[in-house]
Design a protein around this ligand. Structure first.
Ligand code: GTP
Ligand code: MG
Length: 519
């Protein structure tokens, strides 16, 4: 039985509040550390990982064990640096007598927090027996681990400790790929400050002959309020947050945010203020990701393919985002016959009273109980789906049509952006407005080339020759593979290919000109 998104979130946030993070000495006796800590309470779970030194994440059974520990431990002496006396849940464990105690060191298991490099992945993929199993291997190597998810929620919980100094009811929740089942190891932590509890209370107070409300500072816009809150929390993290570095306040963005790097957990974090629609988008993707095992496998392969070929980039720009790509995969899966996942409208029909949400005038209602969604009858293999995905978008009429998850069919573009993908909830917004014509053309050219390779490839021959085949062949930049001859045979040669041909012509003529001059 799959839990609802809200249940998972609540459980993980509560778990994170009972969790601490300890920096350990390089030579560590794990058992002794646990023994030492358990004098403060029962340890429910723990794991060790490497992040500029060994760290231990410890989950106590009871929250008050942390208070007990905090009472017992020391404050760093102010010899070199003066410390800011903010007491967080980040600690350093030291050996009093390193030489003799180090002798007791025992081998420790470190759980990995990053994925293997693409070249190692390609090696692994070559040993698989089908493209489907290659896609599941990629998924297993790249997806977030249980430990990594805990660490992400801990990062949010640590930021919450700062927010609480001002807003005791506030919660810091992760959203985006940390929680939507499509996160890969190493992706950023998107988090937002949620004051929702205070809003709920306001609606509760309506009964009886009297009414009472808080006096609160009033500002001309929500945006301005968010900017002020983020500015202060950003300063707090900057000035007092252990291991919070490279704080950047980006308050003038469409959605104001504070970026920072959280060294103890090793995450790049984006903090914004309560963005209920974004959390609904995360929940929608979570539902799609849970409905059928093929969904996540296909998304991970497509994202990895896009990254390798420079279609996506971690820096902001005119490229397609992972979020847009994921929505494109969902749309493709809705278009299969029979469909593999339902449309947003169909999910809305299944919604019950508690699933009804209207946020800022937009209807964000859809079913939260996964067991109410009938499993698909589609039995296509991932081998087929991968090829068909590239075929479908290689031939999609982007000039005329837009991608709409709510309807699950192509809709005329409402305006002339090169790529138009409807925001599933704010129906007048295009989530891929940033994508320009050259980037779209590059995507289409790559999709065609990829579809062509998958169709023409002789798997057995490639396996005999010990060449990367199937998904592995798609994860090598096309220019670099031995088969660059293939390029010229592709139906629609991409503008990129033409450009590089032109560039090489220019170079050739320039160098022959140079030679002619020298003579
Ligand atoms: P990666 O971080 O690339 O792994 O994926 P992500 O899904 O976390 O994307 P990102 O960090 O860029 O954004 C976080 C979340 O913000 C997404 O999951 C969406 O819910 C939301 N989001 C991002 N870009 C847009 C956009 O252009 N429009 C809307 N409405 N929401 C967006
Ligand atoms: Mg993200």
């Amino acid at each position: 039985i799959k839990k609802t998104f809200a249940e998972v979130q609540t459980e993980r946030l509560e778990q994170a509040e009972r969790t601490i993070l300890i920096k350990c000495p390089p030579k560590l006796n794990e058992k002794k550390l646990l023994q030492y800590l358990s004098s403060h309470g029962n340890i429910k779970s723990h794991f060790l990982f490497e992040n500029r030194g060994i760290h231990a994440l410890i989950e106590f059974s009871e929250k008050n064990s942390i208070a007990s520990l905090q009472d017992a431990i020391g404050i760093p002496s102010a010899i070199e640096h003066h410390v800011v006396p903010f007491k967080s849940r980040l600690f350093t464990f030291m050996l009093k007598n390193p030489v003799s105690q180090a002798a007791e060191e025992t081998p420790v298991h470190l759980s990995p927090q990053s994925h293997i490099p693409v070249k190692d992945l390609i090696q692994k993929l070559c040993h698989a027996d089908s493209i489907s199993s290659q896609m599941y291997i990629l998924l297993n190597e790249y997806q977030l681990t249980e430990e990594n998810i805990r660490l992400r929620f801990l990062a949010c919980s640590l930021v919450r400790d700062f927010a609480r100094a001002y807003f005791p009811d506030s919660v810091v929740r992760p959203f985006g790929s940390s929680v939507n089942t499509f996160g890969k190891l190493g992706c950023d932590v998107d988090m937002f400050l949620d004051f929702h509890d205070t809003q709920k209370r306001a609606t509760k107070m309506k009964k009886g002959p009297f009414e009472m409300e808080y006096q609160m500072k009033r500002l001309p816009s929500e945006r301005l309020a968010n900017q002020k809150i983020l500015s202060v929390i950003g300063d707090c993290l900057d000035n007092f947050g252990p291991g919070c570095v490279s704080i950047q306040k980006i308050l003038n963005a469409r959605c104001p945010l504070v970026k920072f790097s959280h060294q103890p957990t090793g995450f790049q974090c984006d903090l914004s203020v309560s963005n209920s629609i974004a959390i609904k988008s995360s929940e929608l993707l979570y539902i799609y990701g849970c409905l059928d095992s093929r969904v996540r496998a296909l998304v991970f392969s497509v994202r990895c393919w896009a990254r390798v070929h420079g279609l996506t980039n971690s820096a902001p720009g005119n490229w397609i985002t992972n979020f847009s790509l994921t929505v494109m995969v969902m749309f493709f899966l809705q278009k299969r016959s029979p469909p593999i996942i339902p449309t947003v409208d169909q999910l809305k029909v299944l919604a019950d009273d508690k699933d009804m949400h209207v946020i800022g005038g937009y209807d964000c209602s859809f079913v939260s109980d996964l067991s109410k969604v009938k499993p698909t009858e589609n039995t296509e293999t991932l081998d087929v789906l991968l090829g068909e995905f590239f075929e479908y978008f290689g031939n999609f009429d982007f000039r005329k049509n837009s991608i709409n998850l709510r309807k699950g069919k192509e809709v005329n573009k409402p305006e002339s952006s090169p790529l138009y993908i409807w925001n599933p909830f704010e129906q007048d917004l295009n989530i891929s407005k940033n994508v320009n014509q050259p980037q779209l053309e590059k995507f289409v050219a790559m999709a065609r080339e990829t579809a062509w390779i998958l169709q023409k490839e002789d798997k057995t021959q490639r396996m005999i020759n010990k060449e990367p085949w199937g998904l592995a062949a798609l994860l090598i930049p096309f220019g670099k593979s031995n088969n660059s001859k293939m390029k010229n045979r592709v139906k629609g040669i991409g503008s990129e290919t033409i450009r590089s041909l032109l560039d090489s012509l220019k170079l050739n003529s320039a160098s022959s000109l140079q030679k002619a001059v020298e003579k």
